[in-house]
Each structure stands twice: as structure tokens, then as C-alpha cells.
Design a protein around this ligand. Structure first.
Ligand SMILES: NC(=O)c1ccc[n+]([C@@H]2O[C@H](COP(=O)([O-])OP(=O)(O)OC[C@H]3O[C@@H](n4cnc5c(N)ncnc54)[C@H](OP(=O)(O)O)[C@@H]3O)[C@@H](O)[C@H]2O)c1
Length: 203
């Protein structure tokens, strides 16, 4: 398959890219700093240019989307706006623009995260963005057939413990490889409207 992967050089994206390539898929990476396929998912025109440039694909996967962290009183209206605008609206626009370019029973795979389900202090903007993406995926799945749409919701990655572990005391991290396998399930499988939660009630 030809897979367009947004955020292919990040912690999750690089594992998804390596796993998909290892399974014989062609992966076209794109991100803000990508020299060949620059895209900022907060900019609808740049998403459109990306699709025009890349053309038809079998799958679109996203592993990018930035959110701001802080307490309710320290986060500004602009912080909430940019968090929802980037991770939630950015991914929604990726799907909207991509509908014309994904072929057959192709798929969209979006990224959310544990914070929609088990929030922690300072993560209200992230929780709101993740929840919006998950609700969108469930609703869009009703309208996109024969295309499919799913979301991957990891807990803290093992690879991110050094940076963010302090926010998740007692949480059992998930490996990037396991997260990448959820993308494989979404892209190669037949499911739609799924939220692949990579955590359990005690993690
Ligand atoms: N790491 C974790 O523990 C974890 C756990 C659960 C959920 N998540 C979620 O997973 C997603 C990815 O996390 P990560 O840790 O892999 O992040 P990361 O290492 O910072 O990588 C993010 C990737 O996305 C690209 N990107 C960021 N903003 C973009 C934009 N507006 N438009 C296009 N590309 C953009 C970045 O490249 P450029 O800078 O070139 O744009 C980069 O390739 C985030 O939404 C995060 O909330 C992460």
C-alpha cells in the first residue's frame, strides 16, 4: 500500500514508518519541516497542496498534533484554541481534504491519547483535543464507507518517559512498536470507527 504518514519523524511516527516499511508498504512522510512534503495540519491550504502533490493513496495516517500543557488557570484561551486547532481540527481537516485522495476501502488513522480517558493535572487541553478526535472518528465512520477511519490512543510511551514520565506516576508505559502495530491493524485490517486504546484500567 501507499501510505501518507504525517509526523513520520516523531517518536510515534518513526516507529510507524519503520514498521510499515518492514511490512512492504510505501510510506510517504510529511511534516512541517519535511523538505519534500512540507505540511502544517493547522493550515488547510498546505494540506490541500500535500494531497495534490502526493496524489492517490491507500491510507492516511497521522502521528502529529501539538497540545499545550498547564493548569486551568495558567492556560489561556489562545492555548486551548491552539491545542484544539492543531491536534483536533488539524486531523479533522486532514480527513476532510483526504476523502478525495484515499482509494478503495482505504483508511484514515488518527492519533489521540490516554488523557481523553484518564486525564492528569495540567492536561485539560490535551484531554479536550483527544476527546474531540475520538468523537469525530466515531461519527465520521458512519459517513466515510467504503473508506474506513480509526484512532490510536496510547498511554505514555516508554520512549517518552524521560520527558513526560513525571506527569504519569505509576503508569505502565507502552512501547512505540506496540503503538505502531495498532496503526498496522487499522491500515491492513477491515475495522472502522475503532479507538485502539493502548492502556488498561490500571495503567
Ligand atoms: N509520546 C507519547 O508518550 C504520547 C502518548 C500518547 C499520545 N501521544 C500523542 O501522539 C502524537 C505524537 O506524539 P510524539 O511524542 O510522537 O510527538 P513528536 O515526537 O513531537 O513528533 C511529532 C511529529 O509530528 C510533526 N508535527 C507536529 N506538529 C505538526 C503539524 N502542525 N503539522 C504537521 N506535522 C506536525 C513533527 O514534525 P515537524 O516538527 O517537522 O512538523 C513530528 O514529526 C501527539 O499528538 C501526542 O499527543 C504521544
Amino acid at each position: 500500500m501507499k501510505v501518507l504518514l504525517i509526523g513520520d519523524k516523531g517518536t510515534i511516527g518513526s516507529a510507524v514508518k519503520a514498521t510499515l516499511r518492514g511490512r512492504g508498504h510505501e510510506v510517504v512522510g510529511a511534516s512541517r519541516k519535511d523538505p519534500s512534503h512540507p505540511v502544517d495540519i493547522t493550515d488547510a491550504d498546505s494540506i490541500e497542496r500535500l494531497f495534490q502533490d502526493v496524489g492517490a493513496v491507500d491510507a492516511v495516517a497521522c502521528a502529529g498534533g501539538h497540545v499545550k500543557y498547564g493548569t486551568l488557570s495558567s492556560l489561556s484561551y489562545g492555548d486551548y484554541r491552539s491545542s484544539l486547532g492543531d491536534k483536533a481540527l488539524g486531523q479533522i481537516e486532514l480527513v476532510r481534504r483526504g476523502l478525495q485522495y484515499v482509494t478503495g476501502r482505504g483508511s484514515f488513522t488518527l492519533i489521540t491519547g490516554v488523557l481523553a480517558t484518564y486525564p492528569v493535572v495540567t492536561a485539560s487541553a490535551a484531554a479536550a483535543a483527544n476527546g474531540a478526535v475520538e468523537a469525530f472518528v466515531r461519527a465520521a465512520a458512519l459517513e466515510v464507507p467504503p473508506l474506513r477511519i480509526n484512532a490510536v490512543s496510547p498511554t505514555l510511551l516508554a520512549e517518552s518517559v524521560g520527558k513526560a514520565g513525571h506527569m504519569f506516576p505509576g503508569v505502565e508505559p507502552v512501547t512505540a512498536k506496540r503503538v505502531a502495530n495498532a496503526y498496522v491493524r487499522s491500515i491492513e485490517g477491515a475495522e472502522t470507527g475503532m479507538i485502539y486504546r493502548l492502556f488498561d484500567g490500571t495503567s
